[in-house]
Design a protein around this ligand. Structure first.
Ligand code: GRF
Length: 196
């Protein structure tokens, strides 16, 4: 390996279960040249924090004052030399100053085929219920850059799956999760490898 290549560093923002976060942590566990030194969590009781502790990653419990009315989070990310910010089930709006500080360096995953079934209030089971209600023939997942509007940043990658007559919101959720697990770490890796 070229010793002059700088290690790429990821920060993950999470709010809930953290299954995507855990999947990403495991994927990069044995990769040289890529590390995850920092996780930000908006909920002190999130299950995700159990996984973070298990892997000895620094966890920062966010409060709204720090995120929306200060540069504390940006400073922390810059101090840790973060190259890419990964949102993995993060439920709070990202403030403009953070987006500006990390242009094209922040991505999100959404459990549907954006631009449909996105936006404020479209999360979790609600997405899959709406997809069934509208008798869609397919759904999937989207990985996209984060901009100042919920779920509207440039799309990086999508994967689709057909909806069967027998599907329920729960069965679709499970299949979408599988797609997320398969693709999110690889897309992250590709982006990191293409960063200067
Ligand atoms: C995922 O389905 C993702 O698409 C959405 O939030 C969910 C997070 O799930 N943004 P988990 O916390 O990774 O289990």
């Amino acid at each position: 390996m070229n010793v002059n290549v700088k290690e790429k560093r990821i920060a993950i923002f999470v709010s809930g279960e953290g299954t995507n976060m855990l999947n990403i942590i495991k994927y990069f566990e044995d990769r040289t040249g890529i590390s995850i030194p920092l996780v930000f969590c908006s909920n002190a009781n999130a299950k995700a924090l159990d996984h973070v502790r298990e892997y000895n990653i620094d966890a920062y419990i966010l409060n709204k004052e720090d995120l929306y009315n200060s540069d504390k989070i940006i400073n922390e990310l810059q101090d840790k030399d973060i190259d890419l910010i990964i949102l993995a089930g993060f439920m709070w709006m990202i403030p403009d100053n953070l987006i500006t500080a990390f242009p094209d360096q922040m991505i999100n995953i959404h459990p549907a085929l954006l631009p449909q079934y996105g936006g404020k209030g479209m999360y979790g089971k609600k997405v899959h219920e709406a997809v069934i209600e509208n008798k869609e023939s397919e759904t999937g997942m989207t990985i996209h850059y984060v901009n100042e509007n919920y779920d509207e940043g440039k799309i990086i990658f999508q994967a689709k799956l057909p909806i069967l007559d027998s599907d329920t919101p729960e069965s679709i959720a499970a299949k979408v999760k599988e797609l997320e697990f398969e693709h999110y770490p690889k897309v992250i890796e590709d982006l990191l490898l293409n960063l200067n």
